[in-house]
Design a protein around this ligand. Structure first.
Ligand code: SF4
Length: 363
């Protein structure tokens, strides 16, 4: 139980604490904030507990060992004068596994986004992704997901306003822990993030997307990693497409409740010679028809396991111009963090591969 305290919602935590020691909700809130936001268990360091109920605080200190939060182990950063500092933080979990998170400065300065991981490794096998080469090592718990914010803050001194589930792993392959993490991130008693500042990115789990509402994800942004809109090419690049065709995926995406003022962020990795041709863009335009989308063009970030090069600016602009001409909103994503392998698709601990064989998506 103790190691999971940071993975409880406030209601669950308050019920547990009330049964253990009593006290009013005011006391419960103060301790929950320390657990859920700071990933720590030190009741005597909370003024309310220390000053008004020191005996109970001492009892609690003895009752619960430290919360088992991810501990920042090492970090690397990359500075870009036009963008700011991108920091990749690797944190050690209690079983010795490593999880990676990335602090990303937002355009305009001031705010930051933390890109969190939802799994150690990933079984989805996307061909342009370094994490895929690890296979799935294990699922993360809700506490290990939200704990990445505290680990990043500890390593960098920066608190993020936005959270994107775009790190290691496919969030909808771990839907219950991700939904619980979102509940904690958006809870006023914990992180208090606005739902519009949380984004879940999926590779296209058409079997899980229908659970969006039931999982409590309404109001959270949906991002879809699409890259190709031709079944043969997408199945080659993203094996999940062998399970859920593009037609099935579109039906599932169209049924997700998207707030009227929001768009689905559709990510397309531009790989020269593979996904940047006019025919490819035409397929994309046809597939996107009728959906409220914003296309995010991501220049492929070279990874050790693939021979592909990064596209030139002209190659990316050519795709952008064709989408633009079709009236599809598009943005180019500046590649942040590629020098420290912190950019999209570059996260992963190669050593973890040796601990467990590569799993593949069933065909
Ligand atoms: S891109 Fe995402 S879903 Fe695909 S293998 Fe990488 S981590 Fe997994």
């Amino acid at each position: 139980m103790r190691g999971d305290l940071a993975g409880l919602t406030f209601g669950e935590f308050s019920a547990w604490l009330g049964a253990v020691i009593g006290h009013s909700e005011r006391f419960h809130r103060a301790l929950y904030r320390q657990v859920a936001v700071e990933g720590r268990w030190a009741p005597l360091e909370i003024p309310l507990w220390r000053d008004e109920s020191p005996d109970a605080a001492r009892t609690l200190t003895g009752l619960a060992a430290a919360v088992q939060a991810p501990a920042p182990d090492r970090h690397q950063h990359e500075d870009d004068p036009g963008i700011g500092r991108t920091v990749k933080v690797a944190s050690r979990l209690t079983d010795g596994q490593t999880v990676e998170s990335v602090l990303i400065p937002m355009k305009g300065g001031g705010h930051h986004t933390v890109c969190v991981s939802s799994q150690v490794g990933c079984k989805m096998g996307c061909q342009f992704c370094h994490t895929a080469t690890m296979g799935l090592v294990r699922q993360l718990t809700a506490a290990e997901i939200t704990g990445q914010l505290a680990a990043v803050r500890q390593a960098t001194g920066t608190t993020a306003r936005n959270v994107v589930f775009m790190g290691m792993g496919e969030p909808l392959d771990n839907p219950d822990a991700v939904a619980r993490a979102v509940a904690i991130l958006t809870s006023p008693e914990a992180h208090g993030l606005a739902r519009r500042h949380v984004t879940i990115s999926t590779v296209g789990r058409a079997d899980i997307l229908p659970r969006w509402r039931e999982l409590g994800l309404t109001g959270v942004n949906l991002a879809l990693s699409l890259t190709a809109a031709d079944d043969a090419l997408r199945s080659e690049l993203m094996p999940v497409n062998r399970l859920h065709s593009l037609a099935e995926l579109k039906k599932a995406v169209a049924a997700v409740p998207i707030p009227k003022d929001r768009r689905i962020l559709v990510s397309c990795v531009v790989i020269p010679g593979l996904t940047d041709g006019p025919g490819h863009t035409a397929d994309l335009i046809a597939w996107l028809a009728g959906l409220p989308v914003l296309v995010n063009l991501i220049p492929f970030n070279p990874i050790p396991s693939r021979p592909w090069r990064a596209p030139t600016d002209d190659e990316v602009m050519a795709v952008r111009d064709r989408l633009d001409a079709a009236g599809i909103p598009v943005r180019l994503r500046l590649t942040k963090g590629d020098a420290v392998m912190a950019a999209c698709g570059q996260l992963g601990d190669p050593a973890a591969r040796r601990r467990r064989p590569l799993e593949s998506v069933p065909r």
